[in-house]
Design a protein around this ligand. Structure first.
Ligand code: ADP
Ligand code: MG
Length: 233
């Protein structure tokens, strides 16, 4: 009985997702169609129309790319021991350019160790922290600092990404993770769903704390691997 309930829940989630995707892709397609027609009738504004068509095509490409990431956990899930410290550093190097353009600095606070090991799929976990840092950057319109904390608690590795952005209301927190829920003009509302998916596939959890106008902290908890004869690392 329980199994069946879970099965039907899965189907309705897939159906919901499909409906959302259809809707999200139909909007730019409708726009492209319309501007193609205009392009035929008035050549003098062609530059303007082509620019719009290109940006709508980019939007479709963006949505499809995010969906491909979502489908990856099934295709490629080679889990290996990973040092979270170097993984975070790699992601931060990647995001520093975007951060400094927005007058934002990313500061880290790690435990006094060189290695903190977890089992995971490196590219997926990188995607998680890219998504979290991207949302943090996008929430901070006036510059500031993003703190990335790494802590070990009861055999769990906890990574927090704390921003000083516009924060979220209770209702916005509830809507998080619904496919295509976005408050941004150019958002897809897929990033957090993907993040959550990857964390759950890694046996972890993600929690959120947010105060409107003050900021948001996302905390990812993952099981730590303690390699017996290297426990001193
Ligand atoms: P997108 O970034 O494309 O909008 P996400 O799934 O990444 O989609 O995020 C969904 C929504 O959750 C965002 O549009 C925003 O409203 C909210 N959100 C996520 N992270 C933050 C954050 N750090 N601060 C404030 N709001 C956030
Ligand atoms: Mg996002």
């Amino acid at each position: 009985e329980k199994e069946r309930t879970m099965q039907s829940e899965k189907l309705s989630t897939a159906g919901q997702l499909a409906a959302g995707i259809a809707h999200e892709i139909r909007n730019p397609l409708t726009a492209i169609n319309g501007f193609m027609k205009l392009l035929r009738s008035s050549k003098d504004k062609s530059d303007q129309y082509i620019t719009i068509i290109e940006s709508e095509l980019k939007r479709i490409e963006f949505i499809v790319n995010e969906l491909l990431v979502l489908s990856k956990p099934q295709r490629n899930h080679t889990s290996t021991p990973l040092n979270v410290i170097s993984l975070l550093d790699q992601v931060i190097i990647l995001m520093n350019g975007q951060a400094s353009l927005r007058n934002i600095q990313i500061l880290t606070q790690y435990p006094d160790k060189q290695f903190v090991i977890i089992m995971g799929v490196a590219n997926q976990l990188k995607q998680v922290f890219i998504n979290l840092l991207k949302n943090a950057l996008e929430a901070m319109n006036h510059g500031g600092t993003i703190h990335v904390y790494l802590q070990i608690k009861d055999n769990e590795v906890q990574i927090s990404v704390q921003d000083q952005g516009y924060g979220m209301t209770e209702d916005q927190i509830k809507a998080l993770g619904e496919p295509f829920y976005t408050t941004k003009d150019t958002g897809t509302g897929l990033g957090f769903m993907i993040t959550q998916n990857i964390i759950h596939n890694h046996g972890g959890v993600i929690t959120v704390d947010s105060i409107p106008e003050q900021g948001t902290t996302f905390t990812v908890s993952l099981p730590q691997i303690v390699i017996a004869d290297r426990a001193d690392l």
